[in-house]
Design a protein around this ligand. Sequence first.
Ligand code: NAD
Length: 254
Amino acid sequence: MADLFSLKNRVVLLTGASRGLGRDMALTLARAGATVLCAGRTVKALEATAKAISRKGGRAHVVPLDVTDEAAVREQVENIIARHRRIDVLVNNAGVLSREPIVDLATESFRLTVETDLIAPFVLSREIGRHMLKRKYGRIVNIASVLAVVARARVSGYVSAKHGIVGLTKSLAVEFGPDVTANAIAPGYIRTEINVALQQNKGFSDMLEQRTASHRWGRPEDLRGALLLLASDAGAYITGHTLVVDGGLSTVLA
Ligand code: NAD
């Protein structure tokens, strides 16, 4: 049965692979057999991820990329296709978040979040989707959020972009089927650098642990099963879906 979730001989482009969820995803994908192309802006940190993979006998390469730079995306996709011949799996993981009430939020800040969390996944999916469609194989996995399903105060750019990515995922599924699937994972609160302020806020942490069915914060490894399902042949008949992995947070009313 392990073969069902294997990524042997697959080439995966993963954005935001330098830290947090992206780093764990990179290691997970490599352990499943993939060659992982670790994309992001901070080359040193990406090299550390790639090294951690090769130390365990896996294959990884660093792809310097700011996902909001459309020309750079085009150029790197061409480079990858020239070097590796294909991209079998795209994981749109890179993301940013800013915390401010709407009345104080500058348009530029809202725009940057939408550029990074929604428009960049669109551009990457379009550029790589063309190749996937030609090859008649592809898996696109977008990292959304529980804030793609419900909202919270002071993160309107993020909530808007993440709700948007659920729609983008459905649109990709409709236009790219049957050979290319597109799905999203909506994680709940997972301890990473993106939410250090919330981890340090006892009131928030207590609330989260109390109203999550799992009674705890998530860990990066909690996403591994969902990722492998949607990135592998196991997910061949799943498309357009947003898989919520939140320990029950969005299920519990109080
Ligand atoms: P993180 O801040 O630790 O990592 C974000 C990654 O994205 C970093 O590697 C960063 O360098 C990269 N990135 C940001 N802007 C970029 C750009 N313009 N170009 C290239 N790379 C860029 O956060 P994380 O928790 O690991 O988040 C990863 C993804 O998971 C994000 O999309 C986030 O919205 C989502 N998510 C996280 C949580 C959580 O609780 N941690 C919950 C739901 C969704």
